[in-house]
Design a protein around this ligand. Structure first.
Ligand code: ATP
Ligand code: MG
Length: 399
């Protein structure tokens, strides 16, 4: 195994378990300091030679992290990384609150050590970089524009639309201000389509809903390489019941100030959960496939929304597989649904291929016709209508 590059940095490994200390020292060719208690660690830190502390699994509990929080408090230049036997939301939250820079899963390996030492470079860069100039017209408080993707028939293309849209928003905007929420609680596959393996999901938020805050949400979100944040669906359908409608709406409300755009992928069910998500949305993209059952169901769903007095100005019709062989007349579709087609995505074999590859077409083939189709969806969302603050429909439309 290749020896990690230390670049002369002082590293201290702290753990009660002598075996972990021995194993870690071996990974660093014995060029690290070790301490078997926090008291010993404090003495070693007093010498000022240490830049990075690795807190081992026997201290990696919520209370252990709280006890160790003085490490980062005493020295803001010190990077503390927790190496835990298993990572959970409570531990992540405790580590964030303590000002620690990362939580990783044991066992340590050279790659994880490179990741840990990478934090030192980033901290050094932050110290030397100038503070960003103050934007004279920066809005003091922003709220995300919430865009919900719905369809009245399964398999219409909601998830591919939602994921391609979110990636485009992330690329065109600040990626750290874009989030996709997988609200298809039973069979959500946003992470699959984006080739992500979430450590934590919306279920972990549901379990801690009484402590819902920004740091809890931060710790549960999964990051896509583009910088996009993903709130993953439960890993198994059985866990869907653990996320109630009230929980879901609290989560979306809490996410709003954290992002500029929130894209919500949903299941094809016109149920209480979807209705309450629609109520909190600035824009609703109704995806309709180019076939009769899809159009029939869309008609029924849209009529239901009209009966419920949902503001129709928020709904945009997105026609998927617009060039399908069994081509229907677009004018007839618009007349039947009493809605203009606002964006169209052609049918293309690249879409299922991109799903299998875990790379949305707007990334893998941005110049393709189908990517241009997704771009028309992106323009609907990011175009002239601007961002969340223009929300007019504060009035409840459901009673
Ligand atoms: N424009 C398109 N061209 C070719 N294939 C497409 C297109 N849109 C979607 N598909 C394919 O159709 C399938 C269903 O798409 P997707 O998963 O996005 O639908 P969905 O509405 O999210 O389905 P579900 O209701 O099951 O969640 C996927 O395999 C996808 O690759
Ligand atoms: Mg889907």
């Amino acid at each position: 195994m290749e020896r990690p590059e230390l670049d002369g940095r002082g590293i201290l490994v702290v753990d009660v378990d002598g075996e972990f200390l021995k194993e870690s020292s071996r990974l660093f060719d014995d060029e690290v300091a070790t301490a078997s208690s926090l008291a010993d660690a404090q003495k070693l830190l007093a010498d000022g030679e240490i830049d990075l502390v690795l807190l081992g699994p026997s201290l990696a509990t919520e209370s252990g992290v709280r006890d160790a929080s003085f490490l980062a408090e005493d020295d803001s230049d010190l990077a503390v990384v927790v190496v835990a036997g298993s990572v959970n939301a409570g531990l992540l939250r405790a580590a964030l609150r303590a000002g620690f820079v990362d939580v990783m899963e044991a066992p340590l390996d050279p790659q994880k050590i490179t990741e840990a030492t990478g934090h030192l470079q980033r901290m050094a860069k932050r110290r030397t970089s100038q503070p960003p100039p103050v934007e004279p017209f920066a809005r003091p408080h922003r709220e995300a524009k919430v865009v919900t993707i719905m369809s009245a028939k399964g398999g219409s293309g909601k998830t591919v639309t939602a994921t391609n849209l979110a990636i485009m928003l992330a690329k065109a905007h600040d990626p750290s201000r874009v989030c996709i929420v997988d609200a298809d609680l039973q069979f959500g596959d946003v992470c699959l389509v984006l080739q992500l393996e979430p450590k934590l999901t919306i279920v972990n938020v549901a379990h801690e809903i009484d402590h819902l805050d920004e740091s809890l949400l931060e710790s549960v979100l999964t990051k896509h390489p583009s910088g996009l944040s993903v709130l993953a669906a439960p890993l198994e359908p059985a866990f869907a019941d653990e996320v109630s409608t009230a929980t879901m709406t609290k989560i979306v409300t809490a996410l709003r100030p954290m992002f500029d755009y929130i894209v919500i992928d949903t299941a094809s069910m016109l149920d209480e959960m979807l209705l309450s998500l629609l109520e909190r949305s600035d824009q609703v993209l109704c995806v309709v496939d180019m076939d009769l059952p899809s159009i029939k169901n869309a008609k029924l769903a849209l009529e239901t929304l009209r009966l419920l007095k949902f503001p129709s100005s928020k709904i945009k019709l997105v026609l998927n597989r617009s060039n399908a062989k069994a081509r229907l007349d677009e004018g007839e579709i618009e007349e039947s649904l009493k809605l203009k087609i606002s964006a169209a995505i052609p049918s293309d074999g690249m879409v299922p291929a991109s799903v299998n590859e875990g790379r949305p077409v707007v990334e893998s083939a941005p110049r393709s016709k189908v990517a241009k189709g997704f771009e028309s969806v992106f323009k609907l969302v990011a175009g002239a209508e601007g961002k969340g603050s223009e929300r007019s429909g504060k009035r409840r439309w459901l009673s």
